[in-house]
Design a protein around this ligand. Structure first.
Ligand SMILES: [Zn+2]
Ligand SMILES: [Zn+2]
Length: 279
């Protein structure tokens, strides 16, 4: 498992690998555009070249993109759905340009239409996005589990399984699991036994081999609260120790784990040191 954090692209996308290196990251995650705007300028070619050169230089072959927060691939609103699908296609093609293998996207929200209808819409959107980009890129779309806040989908692993079952044999659809979201959704992994139970559940529902990115975040909120509030590792309701279960489990060797905790670069540096110590 490679350990890293979400870093800024302020000053150009090519500044991200240097930021990741400076905090001791073995990988990283970025937004490739402002995460709160639909429109994005194309990437600047000199920055793309410099970025790709730095990936090689630092051996960051398994870094990832986080898609815009605006995207809701399960939206019942035609306009939002259309913009979400277009934006998702753009995210995958930008990742391709940057030679990054994964784009993480939230599972979306049904906005009152119900889980079944939401999942149906989500599946149709993924079909559309994958077929529109087929032959143009092999970048994987990774659906992220949610905390279950509001009408968000994907807090329960069986919902992710429903999506997976619609794409048998499609290796471009895979998953990202966020520890804060799992915990807030009611999945316990704070003891070795509880971790093993969760691991078995993940294997039964989506398969740990289909998870390529882990988001390592502590949680401000209690188990089952269904509230998504990240906390610094060791400062929340999860605590630091449970992360050692994930790090020492060889079934996650193929994954990258990304911190999305508050506190900035100094905190990331401390957390990465702490997590590396669990190896
Ligand atoms: Zn996350
Ligand atoms: Zn979150």
């Amino acid at each position: 498992m490679k350990l890293g954090a979400h870093v800024s692209i302020q000053g150009g996308v090519d500044t991200a690998p240097d930021r990741a290196k400076a905090i001791g990251g073995e990988t990283f995650q970025i937004f490739t555009k402002s995460q709160r705007q639909w429109q994005a300028k194309p990437l600047v070619q000199e920055q793309v070249s410099a970025f790709r050169e730095k990936l090689g230089h630092y051996s960051y072959y398994l870094a990832c993109v986080h898609a815009s927060y605006l995207i809701n691939l399960a939206s019942p609103k035609e306009n939002t759905l259309r913009k979400s699908r277009e934006a998702m296609i753009d995210e995958l093609l930008r990742a391709e340009e940057l030679a990054l293998p994964y784009v993480v996207v939230h599972s979306g929200a049904h906005m009152g239409e119900g889980v079944e209808q939401g999942l149906k819409q989500l599946i149709q959107s993924i079909e559309h996005v994958l077929s529109e980009t087929a032959g143009r890129t092999n970048v994987k779309l990774l659906l992220e589990n949610s905390a279950g806040q509001g009408t968000t989908l994907g807090a329960d692993l069986d919902q992710l399984k429903t999506v997976r079952d619609a794409f048998v044999g499609e290796d471009r659809l895979a998953f990202c699991l966020d520890t804060c979201h799992l915990f807030a959704a009611g999945y316990d992994f704070t003891s070795a036994e509880a971790y093993q139970r969760l691991k078995a559940e993940i294997d039964r529902q989506i398969g740990s081999r289909n998870v390529y990115v882990l988001h390592f975040n502590d949680s401000k909120k209690t188990p089952g609260s269904r509230l998504d509030q990240h906390e610094k590792i060791g400062h929340g309701k999860i605590g630091a120790q449970p992360f050692s279960f994930w790090i020492r489990d060889p079934d996650w060797d193929h994954t990258i784990a990304i911190l999305e905790t508050p506190g900035g670069e100094d905190n990331y540096r401390r957390e990465l040191q702490l997590l590396k110590g669990f190896r």
